[in-house]
Design a protein around this ligand. Structure first.
Ligand code: ACO
Length: 335
């Protein structure tokens, strides 16, 4: 059995900065409320005409990751693309990346696990490498939230949280015999599927029915979130799955050099930090600048932490996510 490691990281966010004050011009909200409840100061939104889309941002992040891994697109054996906001209903973003990067006819797989998407995608890549089937897998998390948010007063409880962006990692066979991805841990609990969801359009709720149900001009197929319910489950599951990963490797929270939590909400990250008794140096947060970018949040944060020299060879790095589904998971890495 082989092992895998992350050999290249990259991220991309659109240039257009949207502050809390900018949002207050569109809906009944304010900077103090958003910062106090979420920690977010600003986020990036794709601007009409800037050429970005979920797949385009994914390609930009992937290009940097490939460059750092010193690999040409031809060396990639598989793409795993995590998003809840693909450019098209179908096909997914993976094939668009394959086409845009001029890659061989390698498999391209889309993962639909929302905030846990990147953790699930890394786990998929890890399994394909462990079995010896592939040597280099490109994992991308990318989201265009701004294209689908309700920017009226009605949407304020959800829309202030989310931002656009993409992150990518090259996962390669680890020939060094040292470290790499030690284990991945995945869970889901479908009974809570409606608590954080976007109902239509889907095969259960297709466009003609949405129009029949909502005869007004603006058809509300916007995300729904039961914020407090999500919050309560997130803090329990995050902590559980981090502990599960550590225990599986006979490690302790004290061994963590860097925890990269999915950037759901600064209060959730702080709660986990407190619960696990982690120091500020052991946890990386950048939600203040980018908002919650769901599947892109972990690779963006991981890349920034690495760029800032906060992750070094030999470090124990833990990725953890919780999100819609509910789905959650962790990845334990010896860097
Ligand atoms: N600006 C100003 N006021 C607002 C806004 C806003 N953007 N949104 C809601 N309010 C108001 C509400 O109308 C309500 O007013 P009322 O008391 O007069 O009825 C008041 O603020 C409190 O609303 P709550 O929804 O109870 O606020 P809460 O303290 O729960 O904070 C939040 C909302 C931030 C969404 C919180 O529940 C939360 O963090 N939940 C976790 C969910 C999360 O992080 N989701 C991220 C995506 S999921 C994931 O990534 C895991």
């Amino acid at each position: 059995m082989y092992s895998s490691k992350i050999t290249g990281l990259g991220y991309y966010v659109p240039e257009n900065v949207v502050t809390n004050d900018d949002l207050a011009k569109l809906m009944d909200t304010n900077d103090a409320w958003i910062q106090e409840r979420t920690g977010i100061k600003e986020r990036r939104h794709i601007k009409k005409g800037d050429g970005n889309s979920t797949s385009v941002m994914g390609v930009k992040a992937a290009t940097i990751a490939l460059d750092r891994a010193k690999l040409a697109p031809d060396a990639i054996d598989m793409i795993v693309f995590a998003t809840l906001s693909p450019d098209m209903y179908f096909p997914g973003g993976g094939v668009e990346v394959q086409e845009m990067m001029g890659m061989r006819t390698i498999p391209a797989l889309d993962v639909r696990n929302q905030c846990s998407g990147f953790v699930y995608a890394i786990s998929v890549a890890d399994q394909f490498i462990k079995t010896g089937m592939y040597k280099n897998v490109l994992v991308i998390g990318s989201e265009n939230h701004s294209g689908g948010l309700d920017m009226s007063d009605r949407g304020r409880g959800v829309s202030v949280i989310f931002g656009d962006g993409a992150g990518a990692a090259v996962v390669s066979r680890n020939d060094s015999g040292k470290g790499g991805i030690l284990s991945t841990h995945l869970h889901s609990e479908g009974q809570h599927k409606n608590e954080l969801s976007l109902q239509g359009p889907s095969t259960e709720y297709w466009v003609p029915q949405i129009i029949a149900d909502n005869p007004q001009e603006n058809i509300p197929y916007y995300p729904y979130m039961n914020g407090q319910f999500v919050f309560k489950h997130a803090i329990v599951r995050f902590s559980e799955v981090i502990q599960e990963g550590l225990e599986a490797n006979n490690l302790d929270v004290k061994d963590i050099d860097m925890l990269i939590p999915h950037q759901a909400n600064l209060r959730i990250s702080q709660f986990i930090q407190q619960k696990l008794k982690l120091t500020d140096d052991q946890v990386f947060n950048n939600i203040q600048k980018y908002g919650n970018t769901t599947a892109a949040s972990i690779p963006i944060a991981l890349t920034e932490a690495w760029e800032q020299g906060r992750i070094k060879e030999g470090d124990l790095v833990v990725l953890a996510a919780f999100g819609s589904g509910f789905t959650w998971g962790s990845v334990i890495i010896r860097w």
